[in-house]
Design a protein around this ligand. Structure first.
Ligand SMILES: Cc1cc2nc3c(=O)[nH]c(=O)nc-3n(C[C@H](O)[C@H](O)[C@H](O)COP(=O)(O)OP(=O)(O)OC[C@H]3O[C@@H](n4cnc5c(N)ncnc54)[C@H](O)[C@@H]3O)c2cc1C
Length: 494
């Protein structure tokens, strides 16, 4: 069910259709996508099964392996994002070297380790990779799962159902959990973009607002692949989103949709179809709106002072134009409209957003209690809890009309929480980094050679200017040199 040209997202979502009754939950990897899928997965551990399609024992083992994979893989996984279950067919020629490097001596043979430790195994033998271990007792689904339970200190069971054991993995009082949210920030970015396209929300009066939001993402999104994707969308914006894009001409409409649909703003692997930090304990609680909050907060702590009012108006307009929850966008816009003095400190803007979020929380605490719609595992609260940040609470305790905050401490906490801690899981995966802009630049160099920056988007970038960091300057200089190059070429042609 895989092809080397697919992204790992489509691979991760692939379901075997050979036999309508049997789902293939395990992800089929080959030498071409092996590193990519294992590098990009949010899972903490991976199991790789090396098998041969002609091997009868492997065929008989497959239902066992699938029973375990059902728990961990795919959008309907019972325990998503913890373990990625994969398989590699060693009888396929393309995989010979890969299987050799793992010294696969029998079929099926199972390996276990952190996904990143499998990466590059295609080019270097695994003996050097001490973190990758052979699973020596996984002959049945039960035995494989108890082996996994031993390694992870978990108590997964084959008959676990979705959300059943949620309490084991979500701990609202552990601030370190936010590290898992970096995947949700990607998911939310990608979902927002899909919603905007799906609902044909790019109109002549909303385009500018989207362009501004993309500028914010290019410069400050915590995920490098979203920064890169946003830059690509931005640079191709005028081609992708012509002013008359939702014209009556159906064919044209479909062409534009198709072109935009191919633009995955955070790369081919996102959205994955599930939430990690923002996963509710029931279907349809949390998810996108939680991811969007985290995205907004994570942007607010990354901007410079000079960008604070731009970020404020950009977020207000974005929510107003593109957040499809009517009540939410209206309330948020009211809060935006009540700001009378422009922000000139990023601290003030981050604190405004924090306080706006708390106002929403305060309203929802009452509303959800009266309607019984709260997610029981994730009650709304005035945030951060004292146990997260004792110093955020002034020692003089609470005033009658609410909590008295030490705003400097709150800002310090927000910076740490949505800044460093949020991206801490990414560190060894090379997706983030404080030098993210430069990394994104490196990635963009090849693509800029292939495209012509349309004037409108170039202007948008130029407007963002160097105040928006190296990336904007880079685009601007690219545009200049491209113009210069075209100018030279046209002179030559004359
Ligand atoms: C802009 C916006 C406006 C919304 N307005 C409404 C509305 O009017 N009515 C409505 O029913 N729903 C509204 N929602 C949805 C609602 O706020 C929640 O997102 C949703 O109910 C899911 O809640 P949650 O438990 O996942 O936590 P969320 O409120 O989504 O919070 C996500 C995470 O952010 C952190 N957090 C919580 N409070 C703060 C804070 N003050 N500062 C920083 N971080 C914090 C916590 O870690 C929390 O888990 C809005 C969402 C957005 C993005």
């Amino acid at each position: 069910a895989s092809s080397s040209s697919w992204g790992s997202r489509s691979i991760l979502r692939a379901v075997n259709t050979d036999n309508a009754d049997v789902h293939d939950y395990a992800v089929e990897l080959n030498a071409t996508n092996f590193d990519e899928v294992l590098r990009d997965t949010p899972a903490s551990f991976a199991v790789v099964e090396f098998f041969a399609h002609w091997c009868p024992a492997c065929r008989n083992y497959k239902p066992h392996y699938e029973k375990v994979a059902r728990l961990f893989n795919g959008p309907d996984a019972v325990h998503p994002g913890i373990i990625l279950m994969t398989r590699v067919d060693c009888a396929s020629k393309i995989n010979t070297k890969l299987c050799d490097n793992f010294s696969v001596g029998h079929y099926p043979m199972l390996f276990w380790g952190p996904p990143s430790k499998f990466v590059s195994a295609g080019s270097e033998p695994t003996q050097t990779k001490s973190d990758v271990r052979v699973i020596d007792d996984g002959r049945t689904a039960d035995r494989l799962l108890s082996w996994i339970n031993k390694q992870t200190g978990s108590s997964f069971a084959l008959d676990d159902q979705k959300f059943e054991n949620e309490h084991l993995f979500s701990n609202v009082s552990d601030p370190g959990q936010i590290a898992r949210a970096v995947y949700d920030v990607e998911e939310a970015t990608s979902t927002a973009f899909e919603i905007i396209l799906g609902h044909k929300m790019i109109k002549s009066n909303t385009r500018a607002s989207l362009v501004k939001f993309l500028q914010l993402l290019v410069a400050h999104h915590p995920s490098r692949r979203c920064r890169k994707g946003s830059a690509e969308v931005l640079v191709n914006f005028d081609d992708l989103c012509p002013l008359d894009m939702w014209s009556a001409d159906r064919q044209e409409d479909q062409d534009v949709q198709a072109a935009l649909g191919n633009f995955q703003i955070c790369g081919r692997d996102v959205p994955r179809g599930y939430w990690m930090f923002c996963r509710g304990s029931k279907n349809d609680t949390r998810g996108f709106s939680c991811g969007l909050w985290v995205l907004l907060h994570s942007l607010s702590v990354r901007i410079e002072d000079g960008e604070s009012n731009f970020a404020f108006t950009t977020m207000c307009d974005f929510v107003h134009n593109f957040f499809i929850c009517e009540e939410c966008r209206r309330h948020f816009y009211d809060m935006c409209s009540s700001v009378s003095t422009p922000f000139n400190k990023s601290r003030d803007f981050a604190l405004w957003l924090w306080s706006a979020h708390n106002k929403v929380n305060e309203r929802l605490i009452k509303e959800e209690a009266s309607l019984g719609t709260a997610d029981p595992k994730f009650p709304k609260m005035i945030w951060p809890l004292r146990q997260f940040c004792p110093s955020c609470y002034l020692s003089r305790n609470q005033k009658n009309d609410g909590i008295e905050w030490d705003q400097d401490e709150v800002f310090k906490f927000l910076k740490e929480y949505y800044g460093k801690t949020l991206v801490s899981l990414y560190k060894d995966k090379g997706i983030n980094g404080n030098d993210g802009t430069n990394r994104a630049l490196e990635d963009l160099v090849p693509s800029t050679n292939a495209i012509v920056v349309p004037l409108g988007a170039a202007l948008a970038v130029a407007v963002a200017s160097c105040a928006f960091g190296a990336l904007a300057c880079y685009w601007r200089s690219q545009q200049k040199s491209r113009k210069y190059f075209h100018h030279l070429r046209s002179l030559k042609n004359i």
